[in-house]
Design a binder for this molecule. Structure first.
Ligand code: OOG
Ligand code: MG
Length: 254
């Protein structure tokens, strides 16, 4: 079946760190099929012993949509092997063309199987933190359309989360900065994330329910980057600071 073949192609590209042509060059599929391919792709990781430990939202900010030329919100799955420990040295050879971006993470306290209204969401969250997502499109030149990127699990490849803070409702205008070796590379406000990062979490509850992927207690949900992403180079200190939520970082290696 084509779906199985496309999922395998993406899985191979990720594990071998070898880019492939956009799927949309040779296949045509709709958004539901794109999510079905993603689901099969992630099933390979799960079979290899890396369970799903969270979800990520993508293109929740204008800055990201503009950078990548895709104008719809997307979501993907985070698996155990993607988790980077704060302060780790991360070899870049296992990636194709990795980029980093500043994010806010939520930690889920109760299983969720349906969309939660904005004013009730706080009852399902027991922590929030500064985070960095590392993205690495499996497509040549980091170029894709909506369907390609959804099938490719939304370019997800790694994430690191800072110290957890007690959730608070008012996070609509927190300064967010991405630094390489101390220098500010990208700077923005949490406002860029749908006007309020809690709205990204609400969208995650809606989309997860719609696609039959229950959100479980303990999951980490990434709200989506507030600024464009920046390419990583070896031997850099990568850091994200979020006002009120502290900072988190890692180092890159060859
Ligand atoms: C797709 C992933 C988008 C975000 O935070 O908006 C994303 C990409 O940019 O390759 O993770
Ligand atoms: Mg992201």
């Amino acid at each position: 079946m084509e779906r199985t073949e496309l999922a395998e192609r993406l899985h191979r590209a990720a594990t071998q760190a070898q880019p492939i042509a956009q799927l949309s060059e040779s296949s045509s599929f709709d958004i539901d099929e794109a999510y079905a391919i993603q689901s099969e792709l992630v099933a390979h990781r799960v079979q290899e012993g890396n369970p799903i430990i969270g979800l990520k939202m993508g293109f929740t900010s204008e800055a990201k949509m503009k950078q990548m030329g895709v104008h719809d919100m997307i979501w993907g799955r985070l698996t155990q092997d993607m988790l980077i420990q704060a302060g780790d040295r991360v070899p870049l050879s296992k990636f194709i063309h990795p980029r980093a971006e500043p994010e806010i993470a939520f930690r889920i306290s109760k299983d969720i199987g349906y969309e939660i209204p904005l004013d009730e969401l706080e009852n399902y969250v027991d922590g929030m933190a500064a985070a960095i997502e590392v993205i690495d499109s499996r497509f040549q030149n980091f170029k894709f359309n909506l369907y390609d990127v959804v099938a490719d699990n939304c370019s997800s490849t790694g994430f690191v989360v800072g110290d957890w803070h007690a959730p608070h409702r008012e996070i609509r205008d927190l300064n967010m900065r991405l630094r390489f070796d101390g220098e500010v590379i990208e700077e923005g406000s949490s406002q860029a994330i749908l006007g309020d990062p809690w709205k990204a979490l609400q969208a995650a509850t809606r989309l997860a329910a719609q696609y039959g992927e229950p959100i479980k207690a303990g999951y980490v949900i990434l709200a989506g980057a507030a600024t464009p992403a920046a390419f990583l180079k070896p031997h850099q200190a990568v850091q994200v600071e979020v006002e009120d939520l502290g900072s988190v970082g890692f180092e890159t290696a060859d």
